[in-house]
Design a protein around this ligand. Structure first.
Ligand SMILES: [Fe+2]
Length: 213
């Protein structure tokens, strides 16, 4: 994903920058649940596993996620571990989808198997659905709202973004309905496009609740 985005920008990476984010590693006491979830969500395949560790990939990378198995007792020693991200440390990892259609059809597919987002928000620069894996690790599934990196950068620098850097919540089912009835996908990327008539979306700081935090 990162390489593709890099190719889409006219600004080259600086000499010190790595090329892309390759993988992340999680210590988990729920290995099977985690593998099942990543299989359903990203079509992950296990490329190696032994008693201690499992390596998963879902694309061209040899692995995207490694799961280090820790004793089950740790689930009970750290009952609040999944809440940690709400107050400290890494909040979420973001993955890119190429189009709004692939984002909302992923939403629909996951909804059918009982996996629902914890937050659906048009941030301005991106349209984003946030999910949480069985260990509570939050993943942002995003699509860029602007066609080029330059246009996104201009939005970041705008008064409009300064006035609402959080975004406007949307109803993914309504976006899906609009897409299916043939509305222009570019129009659907606009903040407010996913607001079902007769409803008022939460926006900006009001969109930050205990659930979405
Ligand atoms: Fe993000």
């Amino acid at each position: 994903m990162e390489a593709a985005r890099e190719a889409g920008t006219s600004r080259p990476a600086n000499d010190l920058a790595p090329d892309f984010l390759a993988h992340w590693v999680v210590k988990t006491a729920r290995r099977e649940e985690m593998i099942t979830w990543y299989r359903k969500v990203f079509g992950a395949r296990v490329v190696h596993q032994d008693r201690r560790i499992a390596f998963l990939s879902w694309d061209h990378e040899h692995h995207r996620l490694a799961l280090i198995t820790v004793p089950r007792i740790l689930r009970y020693l750290f009952p609040l571990a999944r809440l940690r991200r709400k107050v400290y440390g890494i909040d979420h990892l973001a993955v890119q989808f190429a189009s709004l259609e692939s984002l909302v059809t992923t939403y629909e597919r996951l909804k059918r198997v009982g996996i629902r987002p914890v937050w659906a928000i048009n941030h301005g620069p991106t349209t984003s659905l946030y999910y949480e894996d069985p260990d509570g690790i939050r993943l942002e599934f995003q699509v860029d709202n602007f066609p080029t990196a330059e246009a996104t950068a201009a939005y970041f620098a705008s008064e409009k973004f300064a006035a609402n850097p959080i975004g406007t919540e949307f109803d993914p089912d309504y976006l899906l309905e609009r897409l299916r009835r043939g509305d222009d996908p570019a129009e659907l990327l606009r903040p407010g496009a996913g607001t079902r008539p007769g409803t008022t979306p939460r926006a900006n700081r009001r969109a930050i609740t205990w659930r979405t935090l």
